[in-house]
Ligand binder design. Structure first.
Ligand code: 6PG
Length: 248
């Protein structure tokens, strides 16, 4: 069940999607706050956003010293594996920005198991938050970026997996993902992802049209269940927008 109203904004194409998302991220990071944190998504869609944020135009508008970077999910592969979500963000954004190394919080994959990684990452998040329980009036993140899989998954929360229903833990190990790449995953849970001033979904391409339609029709899918304590915004390009969807 959604606990927030979903604002759907349709833009022309993937370039417009990156531009709109970059403006939203920069605006959130500019707002006064004692703590600024971005939760990053993997997959291919956000790569153009990350590349855009690395350009001088946007780089100059981000208070790098104060921003902490986390991930919403990770594939349990070595850090230099080409399937690594963290690797993709390092290559497209963080390696090109004046980010203090201690502000980059990768999900560990050099540990015994996804469960162990989840436990360690939850401890790191709690440490950053300085409390054991999430308070909706004091969100963990400034912005959480999210993607939409063709099967309706988001982060590494796949339809039918008990991880989708997890409400106590902040991070879980996911042994069997529903889609490629078929490697175990580590994922934040819906309540941890929800602890944000803004949750921003980025959805692009014709291959997402059917699943966008299913989400908007209210089907019970992990991505449709995702909610935010702050604003919930879906940026969708025209190719992905379901017929008749013209934005709000
Ligand atoms: C991952 C992701 C995943 C992704 C969606 C959309 O690790 O695969 O974090 O949730 O965001 O699958 O991916 P695309 O942008 O590649 O379609």
């Amino acid at each position: 069940m959604n606990k927030a109203v979903r604002l759907v904004q349709v833009v022309d194409d993937v370039a417009a999607l990156a531009e709109a998302a970059a403006e939203r991220v920069v605006a959130r990071l500019a707002a006064p706050s004692d703590r600024r944190a971005v939760c990053l998504s993997g997959g291919s869609t956000p790569e153009s956003l990350y590349r855009l944020l690395a350009t001088e135009r946007f780089r100059a508008r981000i208070p790098w010293q104060q921003v902490h970077w986390f991930w919403g999910d990770e594939r349990f592969v070595p850090s230099d594996d080409e399937r690594s979500n963290a690797g993709m963000v390092m290559n497209s954004l963080l390696a090109h920005a004046p980010v203090p190394p201690e502000n980059v919080h990768r999900i560990p994959t050099d540990v015994a198991s996804p469960q162990e990684s989840a436990r360690l990452y939850a401890a790191e998040l709690r440490d950053f938050y300085r409390a054991d329980a999430l308070d909706p009036r004091r969100p963990l993140f400034s912005v959480v970026l999210m993607g939409l899989g063709g099967d309706g998954h988001t982060a590494s929360l796949f339809p039918g997996d008990p991880a989708v229903d997890e409400i106590a833990r902040w991070v879980v190990g996911v042994e069997r993902p529903g889609l490629e790449p078929f490697v175990p995953r580590v994922s934040l849970t819906l309540p941890a992802l929800a602890s944000t001033r803004e949750m921003l979904f980025l959805v692009s391409g014709k291959s997402k049209r059917n699943v966008v339609k299913r989400v908007l029709a209210g089907e019970d899918l992990p991505s449709a269940r995702a909610y935010a304590d702050g604003d919930l915004v879906w940026l969708v390009d025209r190719d992905a927008a379901a017929e008749g969807e013209n934005g709000t």
